[in-house]
Design a protein around this ligand. Sequence first.
Ligand code: SF4
Ligand code: SF4
Length: 201
Amino acid sequence: MDANEERKSLRWDGRERPRPADVSSEIGIRVASCYQCLRCTNGCPVAALMDLKPHEVVRLAQFGREEELLESAAPWICLSCEMCSTYCPNEIDVAGLMNHLKNTVVSSLGEPALHEVAAFHEAFLDVLERYGRMNDFELMGRFKWKTLLHQGPPGRKEMLEDLSLAWSLLKRGRLALLPDKAKGAGEIRRFMRQHGKKRIS
Ligand code: SF4
Ligand code: SF4
């Protein structure tokens, strides 16, 4: 069946009725097949922290309740571990749906429900784009700067904790101050630019 085709299901009396709009038309994830067995939520290691559990995210997607989905913190808590997609008896890509929601917030320049998580994602991609690999020192610097711009300077306690952590990592040689460029850095940068990274902070 074509992904954009309207999907039908049989009623108990044998007559056809249209099923709810599918996210499949956009990204090929057939949420209409979900029968709320909860296996995705039971397999999710962070479901307890989510405002909407994975099966509820799928349910709202079935009914096209985009606004609630885009305001939810669940996609930002999601670890992309794909346990939900693996456990789903209907092969619904729940993890892909979570990613799609995050991407939709970012590409529409909306306000992420958990700004700190989104800022961390963005800082991570910035460092990757620049060096082709991670540099923890620069990653934390960029992340702290983004959160400072968004929510003001950190409190004294948080600042002391950060400095103490940085110092202990430095002493153990776990914090490289000077970034090292990967061989394929140019290729990674080209790829990222081609796919149009959007700003969120
Ligand atoms: S595991 Fe699949 S069918 Fe079951 S609730 Fe989750 S998405 Fe729906
Ligand atoms: S991919 Fe996200 S929603 Fe799915 S099980 Fe992992 S953390 Fe939970």
